[in-house]
Write a protein that binds this ligand. Structure first.
Ligand SMILES: Nc1nc2c(c(=O)[nH]1)N[C@@H](CN(C=O)c1ccc(C(=O)N[C@@H](CCC(=O)O)C(=O)O)cc1)CN2
Length: 291
């Protein structure tokens, strides 16, 4: 691999070490940050991400509270769980693990959250602040994956200002918010947002100084599409089953050959995923510091 590896595990560890100090200072003031998670259904990926979030909290001294509902939960039952999290004083911030099972309206559920307790930055008020450019990690939370991407690029001193970022994927947690973040004053990137109906995707990606691939289409981003020296961040996750062994494994959106062309590569696994988890902890600590 010629590209410099953007190591999400090591960077997340550094972030967590810094947060542990802030958690201790909060506790000395009598404030214990507490993260709540609401998981509906039994999607194995979501279960594993939620379990990881509780492990991360324990690692740095944040309390955590788990609410699990069956996939058959009605909209009223989910609504009641959200109201209870809003009202629980020990829960200083919480998340609704996405996606919700089909039939539940994600946007309606996100809107029921107390925006001051939204640890994911996905409540319409907090997304609105991101649009207005007034939201920051100090006054309102940022969505965790975009924040993690920026944090990692900055810590590796990858230039962002004036650079052309091509985002592939328009989902709520990554593709839509990341352009708003990267085009802010101070970061000053130029962002092209592409998606599954974009024609000539390759032509866009070829122009990118930074590529953020967040589609969930295994190996979509080909080595020959990459401008030599570009930074490539693989956010997509697809589970594939090896036909010979029958074993499942996770693959990203970026073909492994990209490592020979790119200047920087954030791999999947081990790149943006661990940073997403670290930024959730940061949002929880930021919110507790605002209490
Ligand atoms: N409410 C939210 N829901 C979802 C979010 C989110 O930010 N908020 N993002 C994703 C899932 N997610 C966190 O919730 C998440 C995904 C992947 C990883 C991760 O560490 N991935 C590993 C690889 C996967 C594995 O080993 O199992 C990696 O990249 O190294 C963390 C968090 C959608 N839902």
């Amino acid at each position: 691999m010629t590209a410099v590896k953007l190591d999400g595990v090591a960077t997340a560890t550094a972030v967590k070490n810094e947060l542990r100090v802030r958690v201790d200072a909060l506790k000395a003031r009598g404030i214990t940050p507490g993260l709540g998670t609401l998981l509906v259904g039994d999607d194995p990926g979501s279960r594993s991400y939620v379990a990881g979030k509780h492990r991360d909290c324990a690692e740095i001294g944040i309390e955590s509270f788990r609410v699990d509902l069956p996939a058959t939960a009605s909209a009223d039952e989910v609504r009641d769980a959200i109201v209870a999290l809003n009202e629980n004083p020990a829960v200083t911030g919480y998340i609704i693990q996405l996606p919700l099972p089909a039939g539940l309206d994600e946007n309606a559920m996100l809107e029921l959250m107390d925006p001051a307790k939204d640890a994911d930055g996905l409540h319409p008020t907090n997304l609105g602040r991101l649009v207005l450019g007034v939201g920051s990690t100090l006054d309102s939370p940022l969505p965790c994956t975009p924040a993690g991407i920026v944090e990692m690029l900055e810590r590796y001193a990858v230039p962002i200002s004036g650079k052309h970022v091509v985002v592939v994927g328009r989902g709520l947690t990554v593709g839509r918010p990341i352009g708003l973040l990267l085009t802010r004053k101070g970061l000053d990137a130029t962002v092209t947002l592409t998606h599954s109906r974009t024609t000539q995707l390759e032509t866009h990606v070829r122009q990118a100084d930074i590529v953020v691939a967040a589609v969930g289409s295994a190996g979509l981003i080909r080595p020959e599409w990459i401008k030599p020296g570009a930074a490539v961040l693989d956010v997509g996750i697809t589970r594939v089953v090896d036909p010979e062994t029958g074993k499942g494994r996770l693959v990203g959106d970026v073909d492994p050959g990209v490592a020979e062309i790119a200047g920087y590569l954030s791999p999947m696994p081990g790149g943006v995923g661990p940073m997403t988890r670290a930024m959730l902890l940061k949002n929880v600590v930021d919110a507790a510091e605002r209490l």
